[in-house]
Design a protein around this ligand. Structure first.
Ligand SMILES: [Zn+2]
Length: 144
């Protein structure tokens, strides 16, 4: 990704390991299609990671986050990229969908941070750490 991207520059300066092979699709036609598909499935997401591509359907939403908010969001999605690499596509999707439906059966809102999807809990924890580190200037201590 381009070093000129302020959010990625923030992450890098903070010592955060942004995956070198990651791709960002922000507001592209394909990202909007992914967003529409997810809207059918659930509430519209801020971003969706498929493999090593992070799709952000709404470019205007992303712009409004500002560099620190973008960095926190991208850190969250970087965790999903690693999860995809570790579990493989089917392993990731199977586990995600299985935990999603279990969570729904238990009546937990899917956008509640306490939801029962382990893959999301891990990503949300890193997102929180990055957000806190950027606020306190201790970002160099984050390990992914
Ligand atoms: Zn997530």
């Amino acid at each position: 990704m381009k070093a000129a991207f302020p959010a990625l520059a923030l992450l890098r300066a903070a010592g955060f390991a942004w995956p070198e092979n990651a791709r960002l699709a922000i507001g592209t036609p394909r990202a909007r299609v992914v967003g529409l598909f997810m809207r059918l499935w659930d509430a519209p997401p801020a971003a969706v990671t498929l493999g090593r591509t992070v799709f952000v359907p709404e470019a205007a939403y992303f712009a409004r986050l500002g560099p620190a908010g973008q960095a926190a969001l991208l850190a969250h999605e970087a965790v999903h990229i690693r999860q995809w690499q570790q579990l493989g596509a089917w392993g990731f999707l199977w586990r995600y969908v299985r935990e999603y439906f279990r969570t729904r059966r238990e009546g937990v809102g899917t956008h509640d941070p306490r939801r029962g999807i382990d893959l999301e809990r891990e990503a949300l924890a890193v997102e929180r750490d990055v957000r806190a580190a950027l606020e306190t200037g201790k970002a160099g201590e984050i390990l992914v």
